[in-house]
Design a protein. Structure first.
Length: 324
C-alpha cells in the first residue's frame, strides 16, 4: 500500500456497477479506488445512467465517495450532485459487460468527456473498436485456429476439421455461454441454434486447447507495461471453463517466456489505442481474448505476489496527465 501523496491531487470519477454489489475480497475497481485515495485523489462515483448531455455538454449526477479497507463498511457516499464532466480530471470506466446498447451509449457519452479534455480510462472509442473476442483476431498468428461466423455449416465443418472445439458468444463475460463441442457431440445443432440465434448472430469457434487444465492465464498490461505475474484460472474437475465466475481457482504465477513474448506483441498496440488497463487471456501460449472493458484479477495477483498493480495504474495516469 502506497502512502505517498500525489503532488497534484486529481478529481477522479469512477463509472461502475452499483457499488453495493462489489465483492469486497476480490474487486479490482475497489483496489483502484483504494490506490487513488491513498495517493490523495478525490473520488466521485456514478453509474452509466448518471451520464447525460445538456445542449452538447456532458454532465454527471455523481456522488463523492470515500473508500475504506473495512469489509463491514468499505464505502460511504455523499448526496448526489449534478456536475459538468469537466469538474473531473480522469474518468475510470469500470462498468462490467455485457457490452449491450446501454454500454455502447455510455461510450458515446464519454466521447464528450474526452473531447472536453478529460482523460478517460480506457478510451471510449477504443472500447468500442476492440470487442474482447474479435480484437484478438488481429493477432491470429498468436491464437489457436479460430473462426467467427453465424452459419452452422461453417462451424460444423470447423468442428469436423479440428475434432474438439470451444464455441462462445462475442459479448459474454465470466465464461457465460461457452460450450465445448467434439465431432461426436450429440447436441451440436441445438447448441449452435441457441448461440447463433438461428444463424442471425455471429459467434466464435476455436480449437480446444488442452492446456486449459494448467490454467487460463490472465496477463495484465498497465499503460503498455506487462505485469510480470499472471493469474492462472484453473478449472474445477469436470469443468471446461477456468473463469473465476465459473468456479475456477486463481493461482498467481510468473509470466513465462512464451507468454511474455506474446504479451510484448500486444502491449504497444493497446497502449497506442489508449487502452491503459488491459487483461490478456492466454492458454498454452495462445491468445484467447483481450479484455478492455473492466479487466479484473488485480487483487488475486497482489495478494499472492506482493504487487501493487492498482497503484501502478494510478501512477501511470498521473504521469500521462503531467505529460499531456
Amino acid at each position: 500500500m502506497s502512502q505517498q501523496l500525489a503532488e497534484n491531487p486529481l478529481n477522479i470519477l469512477i463509472v461502475m456497477d452499483p457499488i453495493e454489489t462489489v465483492n469486497y475480497k476480490k474487486d479490482s475497481t475497489l483496489a483502484m479506488m483504494w490506490a487513488a485515495s491513498d495517493r490523495g485523489h478525490r473520488l466521485g462515483y456514478c453509474q452509466i445512467h448518471d451520464l447525460w448531455l445538456d445542449k452538447g455538454a456532458l454532465k454527471v449526477d455523481a456522488q463523492a465517495v470515500t473508500v475504506r479497507r473495512d469489509p463491514e463498511g468499505f464505502y460511504s457516499l455523499e448526496q448526489k450532485v449534478t456536475q459538468p464532466i469537466t469538474d473531473y480530471d480522469v474518468i475510470l470506466m469500470r462498468k462490467d459487460p455485457p457490452f449491450n446498447m446501454r454500454f455502447l451509449y455510455s461510450t458515446y457519452m464519454l466521447d464528450h468527456a474526452k473531447q472536453a479534455g478529460v482523460l478517460v480510462v480506457n478510451d471510449p472509442q477504443a472500447i468500442r473498436d476492440c470487442n474482447e473476442k474479435l480484437f484478438a483476431t488481429w493477432f491470429s498468428d498468436l491464437m489457436s485456429p479460430t473462426i467467427v461466423t453465424s452459419k452452422q455449416s461453417h462451424i460444423r465443418q470447423f468442428i469436423q476439421d479440428e475434432q474438439d472445439v470451444i464455441v462462445k458468444p462475442l459479448d459474454g463475460m465470466g465464461g457465460t455461454g461457452i460450450f465445448r463441442l467434439t465431432a461426436d457431440s450429440p447436441n451440436i445443432g441445438a447448441t449452435l441454434e441457441m448461440l447463433t440465434e438461428l444463424e442471425t448472430l455471429p459467434i466464435m469457434a476455436q480449437r480446444y486447447l488442452p492446456e486449459i487444465k494448467e490454467g487460463d492465464k490472465r496477463i495484465l498490461i498497465v499503460d503498455g507495461e506487462i505485469v510480470p505475474y499472471s493469474l492462472a484460472r484453473i478449472p474445477t474437475k469436470g469443468e471446461t471453463r477456468g473463469n473465476l465466475a465459473a468456479g475456477g481457482q486463481g493461482v498467481a504465477m510468473p509470466v513465462t517466456e512464451t507468454e511474455m513474448a506474446v504479451a510484448k506483441q500486444v502491449a504497444p498496440i493497446v497502449k497506442q489505442k489508449g487502452l491503459m488497463f488491459v487483461g490478456l487471456d492466454v492458454i498454452g501460449g495462445k491468445i484467447t481474448e483481450i479484455n478492455v472493458t473492466s479487466p479484473t484479477c488485480i487483487r488475486e495477483i497482489n495478494d499472492q505476489c506482493g504487487t501493487d498493480i492498482a497503484t501502478d495504474l494510478i501512477l501511470a495516469i498521473e504521469k500521462k496527465l503531467v505529460s499531456s
